[in-house]
Design a protein around this ligand. Structure first.
Ligand code: NAP
Length: 493
């Protein structure tokens, strides 16, 4: 019998009002890891009540003191790193070195956000009038709703939770239904670090009901969402009804350009890691490989040899390079896109089918298509699986045009030995991130993270922007002249 997990509301684990549950499944073995309760609308209401009470306490704690709690949370995460990484591999499927990286990213953002607790600067500026002082201060938003996907089950929640907390907000957190256990573990860490009751509340269950109730709740002031474009669009529209702030981190169709002057071996390793790390289930995964025609044949041949050598299996085993996909739905979606690619006239070079490494889970072969044309669906739509499409171009200009022919704009990369090519790519590629001589994956927490076009709505996570995402800026005027001074009307003497 696996353990049943409750909701976390007002500092206590509480039974949901629905009495319904779902199973949390290991995608490699299909064994159940836990039973998770499904929240109802009235539980979301209770979570908001608790968060409002939590906000009244937490927003009055000075930011440097809030930061001390986060430093403690970072230490606890560090102590529990291996345990959490193993659990993440079991729950989500990616290989152990990657899940250790996921937990490390959570530790890094927690330390980073904590450091910001002593740097929540406003600005001062001279007034246009004498004996008047002007400044800005940051204020918390109130209760914020955080909705996260399953592919970075600790890192992405931490990217939202830690800056939201240090900025003084309280939280209603709805994690992905494929990875609720890691969300519960993060709650445990925050409880152990001493977070007061009500400051964070966890509601588990389907996005279509529980997530929807969070998005629509009139007393939640902001939604921070990471997930798919379609859900993001719906959330943005819905948030307009209650005038919520909404920050969206959505999909990607990330290109790597390899020029004829690139370091060949470096580019091969980068493309392999970018495309098949996390079984292709990263928003920053390399899904479009744009090769200069002069190197196309040789590069493709050597890439295929490496792709075929990848070992597929349970991510918990040290010999595994590529773990399972997260779910049956994701497996079927990947399979569907392989059929679409073939029908559209792309050439399948390797992979393209399910595989059985001796386990019943959702395993799919690393897949490479060539002869991909920019207008094909496999070139335009996010597959979110281990599928790479190769394009051939004859110049940097053409490569950039292909790279920009996408509704998304998250990450991008160019491999080149020519500094001019590198700077042209930085200038012209439409993306929130451009890597030079490195793959499309590997963001660091002190830089802003986010994309352009269909990838988001202009917000950036991590970096110094993280605090701004969860703060209001208030302008303050202090008139110490003792008389009525009228801006724009009186002139300073
Ligand atoms: P998703 O289906 O949009 O789900 C994301 C989260 O939203 C889950 O917690 C989901 O709950 C919830 N949800 C679903 N429908 C909802 C609704 N109507 N209202 C409120 N919440 C709702 O995305 P996914 O398949 O889990 O994640 C993969 C996507 O995330 C990809 O497109 C990927 O590119 C993107 N992603 C983007 C970034 C980035 O930073 N740009 C990072 C990682 C992933 P359930 O789990 O219960 O369905």
């Amino acid at each position: 019998m696996v353990q049943e997990y409750k909701l976390f509301i007002g500092g206590e684990f509480k039974n949901s009002s629905t009495g319904e549950v779902f199973e949390d499944i290991n995608p490699a073995t299909l064994e159940s890891l836990a039973t998770i309760q499904i929240a109802g609308t009235e539980d979301v209401d209770k979570a908001v009540d608790a968060a409002e009470a939590g906000f009244r306490v937490w927003s009055r704690v000075p930011a440097p003191r809030r930061a001390e709690l986060l430093f403690r949370a970072a230490r606890i995460l560090q102590e529990r790193k291996e345990e959490l990484a193993v659990l993440m591999t079991e729950e989500m499927g990616k290989i152990l070195p990657e899940t250790r990286g996921d937990v490390q990213e959570a530790i890094d953002i927690t330390n980073y956000a904590a450091g910001e607790g002593r740097r929540m600067f406003g600005e001062t500026t001279p007034s246009e009038l004498n004996e008047k002082f002007c400044m800005t201060v940051l204020r918390p938003l109130g209760v914020v709703g955080l909705i996260t996907p399953w592919n970075f089950p600790i890192a992405i929640p931490a990217w939202k939770i830690m800056p939201a907390l240090v900025a003084g907000n309280s939280i209603v957190f709805k994690p992905a239904s494929d990875t609720p256990l890691l969300a519960l573990k993060l709650i445990e860490v925050l409880i152990e670090a001493g977070l007061p009751p009500g400051v964070i509340n966890l509601v588990t269950g389907p996005g279509g009901t529980v997530g929807k109730a969070v998005v629509q709740h009139p007393r939640i002031r902001a939604i921070s969402f990471t997930g798919s474009l379609d859900t993001g669009k719906w959330i943005m529209k819905e948030c307009s009804k209650t005038m919520k702030r909404v920050s969206l981190e959505l999909g990607g169709k990330n290109p790597v350009i390899v020029m004829d002057d690139a370091d060949f071996e470096l580019a091969l390793e980068g493309v392999l890691w970018g495309a098949f790390g996390t079984t292709g289930q990263r928003c920053t995964a390399t899904s479009r490989l744009i090769l200069h025609e002069k190197i196309k044949d040789e590069f493709t041949k050597r890439l295929l040899a490496k792709v075929k050598a990848l070992r597929i299996g349970n991510g918990i085993l040290p010999e595994t390079d590529v773990g399972p996909l997260i779910s049956k739905a994701q497996l079927e979606k990947t399979e569907r896109y392989v059929s679409i690619g073939k029908e559209e006239g792309a050439t399948l070079l390797t992979g393209g089918k399910r595989t059985d490494p001796g386990l019943p889970g959702y395993f799919f072969e690393p897949t490479v298509f060539t002869d991909v044309m920019p207008e094909m669906r496999i070139a335009q739509e996010e597959i979110f699986g281990p599928v790479l499409g190769i394009f051939t171009v004859s110049s940097l200009e053409e490569a950039i045009e292909v790279a920009n022919n996408s509704k998304y704009g998250l990450s991008s990369a160019i491999y080149t030995g020519n500094v001019g090519n590198a700077f042209k790519a930085i200038e012209k590629i439409e993306a929130g991130i451009t890597y030079i001589n490195a793959p499309t994956i590997g963001a660091e927490v002190h830089l802003p993270f986010g994309g352009v076009k269909g990838t988001g709505n202009g917000f950036r996570e991590a970096g110094t922007d993280a605090i701004r995402e969860f703060s209001e800026v208030k302008a303050v005027y202090i008139d110490y002249s003792g008389r009525l001074q009228k801006a724009q009307i009186d002139s300073a003497e």
